[in-house]
Design a protein around this ligand. Sequence first.
Ligand code: 5GP
Length: 125
Amino acid sequence: MPVDATLPYDDQNVFAKILRGEIPATRLYEDEYALAFPDINPQSPTHILVIPKGRYVSWDDFSAKASDAEITGFVRAVGKVARDAGLVAPGYRLLANTGTDSHQEVPHLHVHIFAGRALGPLLAR
Ligand code: 5GP
């Protein structure tokens, strides 16, 4: 079910559990601000999720309330994860679903990194 991105943060969401180590995930990258791990249901040969460590429901919540250090740290982490995975030359796509119409499923901000094949048009028709 898509989530309403205006709801308060839910500490029982699956990515909060991954951050706390209650659900396993392969930690591809981690620093003070961000954690990256493979998507459990990949939509491209490389499909990585990058999440901030703070309690933010969505891009909207994060961009409005996160500190400058959190925003800088998170954005730099997304770029580093893609760079370290060798994705810059072949190219990659970032996606951050926010709310019902985007079909956001997990109510903790996550940026998808898709790569590993020609990704085609931006939206499914
Ligand atoms: P959204 O639709 O919210 O943008 O994307 C949520 C993503 O989280 C989906 O691509 C889904 O496969 C992934 N996902 C959901 N539960 C888990 C999990 O427990 N572990 C991992 N690694 N990914 C998950």
